[in-house]
Design a protein around this ligand. Structure first.
Ligand code: HEC
Ligand code: HEC
Length: 99
């Protein structure tokens, strides 16, 4: 992997671990955010959106007093491109536990 040339937020250290984490958190492949064969390109809007999300996650974590990373991409996304804002449809009655 050549030296990164277009990092605006992240540090080159552990970049690939972070990228793998993004991939898993959103349940996507690298090319969801990246132009095939040109990782430095900002052509894909999802990459710019991801930068905003990184900044948002930093802001949220800064509100905790202990300086730890409590909220990650996975916290909201749970393997989905778009996080759910409400629970899935309630299960059918026959699957519900009896009191
Ligand atoms: C959810 C979107 C997203 C996914 C998925 C993703 N990336 Fe990234 N990637 C980014 C963002 C955003 C940056 C730029 C970060 C910055 O500006 O600090 C980046 C930067 C990079 C860079 C540095 C490029 C340069 O020259 O500046 C490489 C290399 C890279 N990603 C590889 C990968 C690989 C390999 C995968 C799959 C395992 C992957 N990325 C998956 C969003 C993503
Ligand atoms: C606090 C919750 C939250 C966190 C944390 C979060 N996201 Fe998101 N993300 C969302 C929501 C909500 C949306 C959908 C926004 C919309 O509908 O326009 C979204 C949308 C996105 C999209 C656009 C997806 C699409 O299909 O267009 C990308 C890319 C993304 N997030 C990347 C990330 C990455 C990378 C991280 C971690 C650095 C992250 N998100 C952390 C809530 C979050």
């Amino acid at each position: 992997m050549p030296e990164p040339k277009n990092l605006k937020i992240l540090k080159p250290e552990h970049l690939m671990e972070t990228m793998q984490a993004f991939r898993v958190a959103l349940g996507v492949r690298c090319d969801f955010c990246h132009v095939q064969g040109d990782f430095a390109s900002d052509e894909k809007p999802h990459k710019e959106m991801a930068r905003k999300m990184i900044a948002m996650s930093h802001e949220i974590n800064a509100k905790f007093d202990d300086g730890k990373m409590h909220v990650t991409c996975y916290t909201c996304h749970r393997g989905a491109e778009e996080p759910a804002t409400r629970p899935a449809e309630a299960p059918h009655a026959e699957h519900e536990p009896h009191p």
